[in-house]
Write a protein that binds this ligand. Structure first.
Ligand code: CP
Length: 307
């Protein structure tokens, strides 16, 4: 199949064939980052703009490196020193930057739907780098890539996504992505942090961590968003950590081993005991490494479709 979309906004709208195409393309790009000269000319002369209205370590850096490894020029737009602080709208901001003939916007915003608004208003490709509590499609794609690389396949595996499902764009994109690719998805967290009716997305629900761990090939821990404590979803971080934090004891008496994933940033000592992140079953840094190949694939496919 060939890629036909201008934008990559979410995994809800992608077919399993489109997801497979991205994963296959990423596989061919992964080798580029192992070369001494980490560059191919695929997007030479094209311009990518990082438009991040929220902080980021992994996604922003990874998109910048991915674009540079494809030989594109990259502009990292500084929101704090821009005219956004004088009240310019995100659409006006994007349209003014587009008037300088750029080819792609990578958008992160705290408001769900912001990348859709921009995508409707510009001819350039728009890639969602995380919008509010809604979607984070490239995170889920790099997670799928990491699992596929480790197991050699996706179909028939089980993943347990643990934590604050309600506020997690990573959880939402991963539920769409894993379930479309034939992976059984179990979500687990305190009842106030698991939205009612989430099963309609194609996952199962349990409120008991041990039950989720027992059934899964992959334990996917989410960052506990500490700021949510103010909204009274949790009695205390200690209580959360006691009931839903991964500990050494969860590794004992397992009938089968599991791999550990986390999108970052981690709250060591809250959702995960610090030493567990470095255990041999942890894929956390592999996820970060694979983010580059996956984002190279997404840039190449979306910008390639404009040629
Ligand atoms: N996983 C993730 O989105 O991390 P950043 O917020 O650092 O980009």
């Amino acid at each position: 199949m060939t890629w036909k979309r201008k934008d990559l906004l979410g995994l809800e709208e992608l077919s399993s064939e489109e997801i497979s195409l991205i994963l296959q393309t990423a596989k061919s790009f992964k080798e580029v980052s192992t070369r001494q000269i980490k560059k191919v000319p695929a997007l030479r002369g094209r311009t990518v703009v990082n438009l991040f209205f929220e902080p980021s370590t992994r996604t922003k850096t990874s998109f910048e490196l991915a674009a540079k490894r494809l030989s594109a020029d990259v502009l990292s737009f500084e929101v704090s020193t821009s005219s956004v602080s004088k009240g310019e709208t995100i659409v006006d901001t994007a349209r003014n930057i587009e008037a300088m003939k750029v080819d792609c916007f990578i958008v992160r915003h705290s408001v769900s739907g912001a990348p859709w608004l921009i995508a409707r208003s510009v001819k350039a490709a728009v890639i969602n780098a995380g919008d509010g509590c809604h979607e984070h499609p490239t995170q889920a794609l790099l997670d799928l890539f990491t699992v596929q690389e480790r197991f050699g396949h996706l179909k028939g595996l089980s993943v347990a996504i643990i934590g604050d499902i309600r506020h997690s764009r990573v959880a939402r994109s991963n539920i769409w992505g894993f379930s479309k690719m034939g992976v059984r998805v179990i979500v687990c967290g305190p009842p106030p942090l698991v939205p009612l009716g989430i099963e309609e997305m194609g996952c199962e629900v349990t409120y008991r961590l041990e039950e989720a761990i027992r059934q899964a090939d992959i334990i996917y821990l989410l960052r506990l968003q500490k700021e949510r404590q103010r909204e009274n979803y949790l009695p205390s971080l200690q209580e959360y950590s006691r009931l839903f934090g991964l500990e050494e004891r969860h590794y004992q008496g397992m009938n089968k081993p599991f791999f550990l994933m986390h999108p970052g940033p981690m709250n060591r000592g809250v959702e995960i005991r610090s030493c567990l992140a470095e255990k041999s079953n942890s894929l956390i840094l592999e996820q970060v490494t694979n983010g580059i190949a996956v984002r190279m694939a997404v840039l190449y496919l979306t910008m390639g479709s404009q040629r």
